[in-house]
Design a protein around this ligand. Structure first.
Ligand code: AHR
Length: 631
């Protein structure tokens, strides 16, 4: 295949082509990216989830129960843990332990930061310790002098440094007290423990998971959903105002993915992550439609439009505005950059058909008008695309979601070539096997190699149209291997960081995202597209001319020779070729339990021949990146 790349005539790019959607699905927030180690730390109740004692166990004859005290810790955290002597009485040392999000990683090198609130008469010491859930071995402990009083809540903070590494992650945190000094029972709430966090942020992110995401070089960050934004009903959307401020003021959220959430990973934490990873934000605001099909009628929608304007002001307003001042009060006076706001999520799916009709008729137009009146520079995005039957009013953009078989990604290669309306690809992944029965059949259990190569074809098709495609977001991005419902994610994780696994797709997204175009460059070839799909461009900052290609299903699975000429690039110029190839079995995947990475990365230096041609071969089901930028 011979490809000639013109020296100019392409389109300037926006620099944020690759990123991801994060919402709390698969315990990817609580139990995932959010570093909190204690599960059910505040006994929160939310729609569909009453308060429980899940993850809590008694020590030394303590009887544990939930209480709604006359004086709760806060309005938001109204249920607490009462620890009383059982009928047999307390042992000398009594208390409780928590087994975390299916374990806890305990490392000697880490300093853990703990806190809890107590109410009750106790003049002794508390002991916080890491214990093995199997043998009871103690890996480290510390004592905390009680300041507890009977008629008020007192916060206790401590640092815990293990003396040794625990041999595995099946560990607990225990809090005990000296029962001979306790007068009656004690009440506890908001029992929290953090390991060191990414960039040292308080209430921050788990380091290994955040690093696996940072290493993807993401430039686009869509939050907070996904379905999570919508909530189950019109009274349970992801209300950003509930996610701000001290943890004791965050009530918790029922989410939509069958587990309760703490609200710990709140709007400000998301914004700070966007800053830490230098990602362009795409913030979804609630559109008045929830998953059960509840629709806010036109005459009541103003409440949510005002709420969205407040949210935008919180994110980027000056500190002398009401919500900008609140952001400053919470420690971030500097406004965040926000240029993309999406109205709802997949309104074409929930509450069909009325949800979509009312979206087009009044909900989207009302948000669009109000937001652009206040913020003319914000690109407002609809939650569906022109392919979902939405004639998006100008200056709105669309959002296209694609969870598909590999062949669908290939077939849709030219889909956006002649589409004028800008779109974000707000969610995408290869999820089902070819010949599967689409959503009637199960997803693949893991991202798999040929699916990942098909994603590369999709990404190339979007990057070719990058003057109108805002960017593409992998979704959902994370899954906790102990509790999940959506197997196809770019990174898998569990309590033990050794299990954090980059999927086959990770390597492709990382490679493409790591080589940014400042301008696409038109390419010509007599061979057209298929089985080789490609996009070409240059980067004016690095000086590189770049080719991104994916070979999907060559004839007879044969290797394909590729010859590329960049007009203006001289004979003798060097380029680095990175070739990603996969296992013999196209369904091969990266398995956390074996740790084997089936993606083979080969790097070589190519030199343009006397005619200025770079030549190389691509095996079937491979992805190539050629960049002439000096290393
Ligand atoms: O990414 C998982 C879900 O798929 C999202 O929450 C939703 O928007 C889509 O249907």
């Amino acid at each position: 295949i011979d490809i000639t790349v013109k020296a100019d005539g392409g389109n300037a790019t926006n620099g944020h082509q690759y990123g991801f959607l994060h919402e709390d699905i698969n315990n990817s927030g609580d139990g995932g990216l959010y570093a909190e180690l204690i599960r059910n730390r505040a006994f929160q109740a939310s729609e569909g989830f009453p308060s429980t004692l899940d993850a809590w166990y008694s020590i030394g004859g303590a009887s544990l129960s939930l209480k709604k005290l006359e004086k709760p810790l806060s309005e938001a955290l109204s249920t607490s843990l009462n620890v009383a002597p059982s009928s047999g009485g307390y042992a000398a040392s009594a208390g409780f332990f928590n087994d975390g999000y299916w374990g806890m990683d305990v490392k000697k090198a880490n300093k853990y930061t703990g806190s809890f609130w107590v109410k009750g008469q106790y003049d002794g010491q508390f002991t916080a310790s890491f214990r093995s859930n199997i043998t009871g071995d103690i890996f480290g402990s510390t004592t905390i002098q009680s300041k507890s009083v009977p008629d008020d809540w007192t916060e206790h903070t401590y640092e815990l440094r293990p003396e040794i590494d625990a041999p595995n992650s099946n560990n607990t945190l225990a809090i005990t007290f000296d029962s001979s000094v306790v007068d009656g029972s004690l009440d506890f709430n908001l029992i929290s423990l953090f390991p060191p966090t990414f960039k040292g942020r308080k209430n921050g992110m788990r380091i290994d998971i955040a690093e696996a995401l940072a290493d993807l070089h993401p430039t686009l960050f869509r939050i907070p959903g996904g379905n999570m934004l919508e909530g189950q009903t019109n009274s349970s959307w992801w209300d950003w105002k509930d996610s701000l401020g001290p943890l004791k003021d965050r009530p918790g959220f029922g989410g939509v993915w069958n587990y309760p959430q703490t609200h710990g990973l709140g709007l400000l934490e998301y914004l700070e992550l966007s800053e830490d990873l230098d990602m362009e934000l795409v913030v979804g605001v609630y559109s008045g439609l929830s998953l059960n099909g509840d629709i806010t009628p036109e005459d009541q929608l103003q409440f949510f439009i005002d709420d969205a304007l407040d949210q935008i002001e919180f994110i980027r307003g000056p500190i002398d505005s009401k919500w900008g001042a609140r952001r400053a009060e919470l420690g971030h006076p500097k406004p965040f950059k926000l240029r993309y706001v999406e109205i709802g999520n997949e309104d074409w799916l929930a509450g069909r058909p009325t949800g979509w009709e009312t979206y087009k008729e009044y909900r989207f137009p009302m948000f669009l008008e109000a937001i652009n009146a206040a913020y003319p520079d914000i690109q407002v995005i609809a939650s569906g695309s022109i392919f979902d039957g939405h004639d998006i009013p100008k200056p709105g953009a669309g959002d296209y979601h694609l969870y598909a078989e590999p062949d669908t990604l290939i077939k849709q290669f030219g889909r956006f070539d002649n589409v004028e309306t800008p779109h974000i690809i707000g969610e995408m992944a290869a999820t089902h096997p070819n010949g599967g029965t689409s959503w009637d059949g199960p997803m693949q259990p893991w991202p798999w190699w040929s699916g990942s190569v098909a994603e590369a074809v999709g990404l190339i098709s979007y990057e070719r149209n990058q003057d109108r495609i805002i960017g593409a977001a992998y979704a959902p991005v994370l899954r906790n291997l102990n509790r999940w419902q959506w197997p196809i994610t770019i990174v898998h994780h569990a309590a033990d960081p050794a299990l954090t696994t980059k999927s086959t797709s990770w390597f492709i997204w990382e490679l493409f995202a790591g080589h940014v175009f400042t301008e696409t460059l038109p390419a010509t070839s007599e061979d057209g597209f298929g089985p080789l799909y490609y996009v070409t461009g240059k980067n004016d900052i690095t000086g590189g001319h770049i080719f991104k290609g994916a070979l999907f299903n060559s004839t007879d699975n044969a290797d394909v020779p590729v010859r590329i000429t960049f007009e203006g690039v001289q004979a003798g110029t060097q380029a680095e070729l990175t070739l990603l190839s996969g296992p013999e079995n196209p369904y091969g995947y990266n398995d956390p339990w074996t740790g084997i990475n089936v993606v083979e990365t080969t790097k070589s230096t190519l030199i343009a021949d006397a005619e200025g041609v770079f030549s190389f071969e691509m095996p079937n089901l491979s992805v190539a990146l050629l960049d002439t930028a000096p290393k």
